[in-house]
Ligand binder design. Structure first.
Ligand code: TNX
Length: 550
């Protein structure tokens, strides 16, 4: 029997159990609004499609086929930089396998009218139900036309078009055609405005190229937020000019001393731009008051005793990684850090962490959260934080992230009733770092504590009923976190994220009434050859009957 220090909570005990197993093995080897309601007849039509996430409504046009040809042109709404970005992105996705030039041009009157040949991405004439993120996609034998109110809808429509093309479109080198798109009319819009994934670059650092690949592949499923966990006990991963030792010292290690590193501001801007060009907004997280040892090791003056902490390379949260919350210097530090982060952040949110500040007196915790909330708002951003934050901060301007049952449910329910909006990341369904099955004990990848979580578990929940007492209207999104204590390569990221992130993406996008595991697993099976062709190292979960051919 393993025994644990009594002050550890349930999560830490389970994670510690996982850590012990892992150690033994190592020794051996924008504004968020809810979607309009859906017509039931339309939903029946939607189920026939192979798309993930399943669209709101789809009507096939029998006998109609569009074909991309060497001279096909992509037209984008005149005067819109966002539409142009969506068009450039579509061309980037289609050029390698087709080998076609696919020039991107401004749409003229004939495209706006919908009669012209080619592929058009337009910002007028969409059905009003598409809202700020939805789209209509129409395929005739002459033209593919995507219409949306905003560029976000065009990006979503681009992903749908990509999945309507043959699987070989995912090749990185030119293939023979034909490049056919079946005739169809799709009306589609998301259930929730926020569909995110978190990548933990603090436990292990991942270079820009790895993050870009992850962005490329989550974008397929209409994920629209990338939450970057930039700081933790084991590493500080973003350059801050006013506190340079955060990266020279705090970025110099990782779990078990592996994968040190940090992003320069130019690197970080490159990630933010790359994400935006794929319809994804980056949410930076600066953790505190716990999970902060990398900062405390970088600057002696941030510690209550004036002595720098040691660098930390352990696997569990460090008991010493707690900020000195009653000292003014902590808030000068946070002000300068958050000021620099805000300047790098076009999106509305800054995530302030706030989980697992073990043993900190409630008043001290509330003091920290209150001060940091003020700082975030002063820099023009909205506060986002783990559910523990909701014991101290709530209201319509605050976004809370639910991750665990039984720690402070009462705070979450009360905050939600008082207008706080929630993103749902229940660890036992949405944590991409959990192992898929019990049968993988010798598989060094993945945590145990909230799992195992196979694809059916990832799909088997509803955001609006997940936490009893929370009003459905408080839930504005879902997020699938990928923590990286056990993860140290892109292939690991992909094995854990795919295909489960597609399950979370569908829960966040598709209408509740379409929710059906058997239908989903069939549609998901068709994604296997696409992911394989795209060289994504997805896991062949036995919950899905994968197709062996394209
Ligand atoms: C819990 S989720 C954590 C993370 C760990 C993760 C491992 C949360 C707010 N805290 O620090 O990496 O579990 O699954």
């Amino acid at each position: 029997m393993m025994t644990f220090p009594p002050n550890l909570n349930r999560f830490s005990k389970l994670l510690m159990a996982a850590a012990i197993v892992a150690t033994v093995m190592v020794a051996l080897v924008g504004s968020l609004a809810s979607a309009p309601s859906v017509d039931a007849a339309e939903l029946v039509a939607a189920q026939s499609s192979q798309l993930v996430p399943v669209p709101v409504a789809e009507r096939a046009k029998r006998g109609v086929t569009f074909e991309l040809r060497p001279d096909t042109v992509i037209y984008t709404a005149a005067g819109s930089a966002g539409a142009r970005e969506a068009g450039d992105y579509l061309a980037t996705v289609l050029r390698p396998a087709t080998g076609f030039a696919l020039p991107v041009r401004q749409a003229g009157a004939s495209q706006q009218g919908g009669g012209a040949a080619g592929v058009s991405l337009l910002l007028d004439g969409a059905d009003a139900r598409t809202g700020p993120q939805g789209y209509e996609l129409d395929v005739t034998s002459r033209a593919v036309t995507i219409r949306a109110a905003e560029p976000a809808g065009l990006f979503a429509g681009v992903q749908t078009l990509r999945q309507l093309l043959p699987t070989k479109i995912e090749n990185k080198t030119a293939q023979g055609g034909p490049w056919t798109v079946p005739g169809t009319h799709i009306l589609d819009y998301p259930r929730y405005a926020y569909r995110g994934t978190l990548l933990d670059v603090a436990r292990h650092f991942f270079p820009v190229e790895t993050v870009k690949k992850y962005i490329d592949n989550v974008a397929r499923y209409k994920i629209n937020y990338l939450h970057l966990h930039l700081t933790d006990d084991q590493g500080w991963r973003i350059a801050i000019d006013s506190w340079p030792q955060l990266t020279t010292i705090g970025g110099s290690t990782g779990v078990l001393g592996q994968l040190p590193g940090h992003y320069s501001k130019a690197d970080y801007r490159a990630i933010v731009d790359y994400a935006r060009q794929r319809g994804i907004t980056v949410v930076p997280e600066i953790e505190g008051p716990g999970h902060s040892q990398a900062a405390l090791a970088s600057y002696a003056e941030l510690n209550c005793d004036g002595k720098a902490r040691e660098l930390y390379t352990g696997y569990l949260p460090s008991p010493d990684g707690i900020m000195c919350v009653r000292e003014d210097i902590t808030y000068r530090f946070m002000d300068e850090v958050i000021g620099e982060i805000a300047a790098l952040t076009p999106g509305p949110y800054i995530h302030i962490g706030s989980d697992e500040a073990h043993d900190m007196p409630a008043e001290d915790f509330a003091y920290y959260v209150g001060k940091v909330t003020e700082i975030v708002r002063k820099h023009g951003k909205k506060v986002f934080g783990w559910q523990e934050m909701l014991s101290a901060e709530e209201g319509p301007q605050t976004l809370g992230q639910v991750w665990i049952d039984g720690v402070n449910n009462e705070d979450v329910v009360e905050a939600a009733k008082n207008g706080t909006k929630l993103i749902m990341s229940p660890a036992d369904h949405a944590y991409l770092d959990m192992k898929y099955t019990e049968a993988q004990p010798a598989f060094p990848l993945g945590n145990f504590w909230a799992g195992p979580t196979d694809v059916d578990d990832a799909y088997g929940w509803q955001p609006d009923t997940e936490m009893p007492g929370v009003p459905a209207s408080a839930v504005v999104g879902v997020e699938a976190p990928l923590w990286t204590e056990t993860v140290y390569a892109l292939e690991h990221i992909e094995a854990l994220a795919f295909p489960r992130v597609a399950a979370i993406a569908e829960i966040g996008w598709s209408p509740a009434a379409t929710h059906d595991w058997n239908a989903f697993r069939e549609r998901l099976a068709a994604q296997g050859p696409r992911l394989r062709t795209a060289r994504v190292n997805y896991t062949l979960s036995s919950a899905v009957e994968w197709s062996s051919c394209s």
